[in-house]
Design a protein around this ligand. Structure first.
Ligand code: SF4
Length: 348
């Protein structure tokens, strides 16, 4: 199977020429597949193309979309969570988070995840495989089709560790930026931090994209090494002070600010002493801290921190000169935690 999704206009012009068609036929395919108003992504439905050309493409195994909807969950606040099936019968999740002006797509980069974070439903299962760029992009098509709106922002915060799928991640970012017309500055790549991969990300980004303008969000979730290792087992390979140093290097190399994600877990990392420790760790570093409410999942010991602790933590960081914001959980009523829909479907 050859997926046209992720192809540039030049790629599609070349495909048209290979089939003895004029180059503009490639541009017609391009305009069709990246226009969210075209609901049907079946090649046969691209009626501006000659029938024979469509048939040949289809017979030769070309496709636009290769995922299918297994389950959809619409929360009261409008957040839409989709469980999508892949061609090899795996399932992945993606989420559309609407506000009046934005539609943010939260995308998966892998089927499962090898990082085994103890608070995460996805981490419980381990890694099945990494996604191809076309499968990453297909998630955007489904969100746009289902929500009847163009996606304006992208966050790679779904299933998987994006830095363990760097090539496909960057190929998908190229297409999101140039074909889906979402500025790199509206794309956030979230990582739990893998040794050596931050510098590889900036280096490869300059090679593949010519620049590195997306935001890097580092899931820190702790203010010291010991606590971090209890909630993120892979943290034992990467000292927290080295993560901060590598983050500073990423900022110097790219000119972009990084943000640190901090999941507030009751009794684990939500005390004022942790806020003090975190502000000491980040002092003098131009960065941003996002405090996140935890979506509790079954069979996991962690509980959501109280709103009072969240607010005290936030004002302590702010008073100590750290840029901080509080991210409220969306879609709480419908299996909101990452990996929860997939886990439920496997358990059925
Ligand atoms: S939180 Fe992210 S990196 Fe950690 S196990 Fe879950 S999906 Fe993987």
């Amino acid at each position: 199977m050859k997926n046209l999704l992720g192809s540039s206009v030049k790629d599609l012009e070349n495909i048209a020429l290979d089939y003895g068609q004029a180059a503009f036929r490639g541009r017609q395919i391009y305009n069709w597949i990246y226009n969210y108003k075209n609901k049907d992504k079946n090649i046969e439905q691209i009626e501006v193309l000659p029938f024979d050309f469509r048939k040949k493409l289809k017979d030769d195994g070309y496709k636009v979309s290769e995922l299918s909807i297994q389950e959809r969950n619409l929360a009261n606040d409008g957040t839409l969570k989709l469980l999508l099936s892949t061609d090899d019968n795996e399932s992945i999740e993606c989420v559309g988070i609407p506000t009046e002006k934005r539609l943010t797509a939260c995308l998966s980069s892998q089927v499962g995840c090898p990082m085994d974070c103890k608070f995460c439903a996805t981490g419980k299962e381990g890694l099945k495989r990494s996604l191809k760029a076309s499968e990453i992009l297909d998630q955007i098509l489904f969100i746009e089709n289902e929500m009847n709106r163009k996606v304006t922002n992208i966050v790679f915060m779904g299933m998987g560790e994006p830095l363990l799928n760097i090539d496909q991640l960057l190929l998908s970012i190229r297409s999101i930026n140039e074909d889906f017309q979402v500025s790199q500055r509206k794309i956030t790549v979230s990582t739990v931090a893998v040794p050596k991969m931050m510098s590889k990300l900036s280096e490869k980004s300059f090679q593949i994209l010519g620049n590195c303008q997306f935001t890097l969000a580092i899931s820190l979730h702790a203010s010291n090494q010991k606590t971090r290792e209890t909630i993120i087992p892979s943290a034992k390979n990467y000292e927290i002070k080295n993560i901060i140093e590598d983050s500073k290097k990423f900022v110097r190399e790219t000119g972009r600010r990084v943000s640190f994600e901090y999941l507030m877990l009751n009794g684990v990392n939500d005390k004022l002493e942790h806020a003090n420790e975190l502000s000491n760790l980040l002092r003098g570093f131009q960065c941003h801290v996002n405090l996140i409410e935890y979506n509790q999942i079954d069979d996991v010991e962690f509980k959501r921190a109280s709103l009072k602790n969240l607010q005290l933590f936030e004002s302590r960081l702010s008073n100590r000169g750290i840029a901080v914001s509080l991210r409220k959980s969306r879609g709480l009523d419908k299996n909101a935690a990452c990996g929860q829909l997939r886990q439920n479907s496997i358990n059925k």
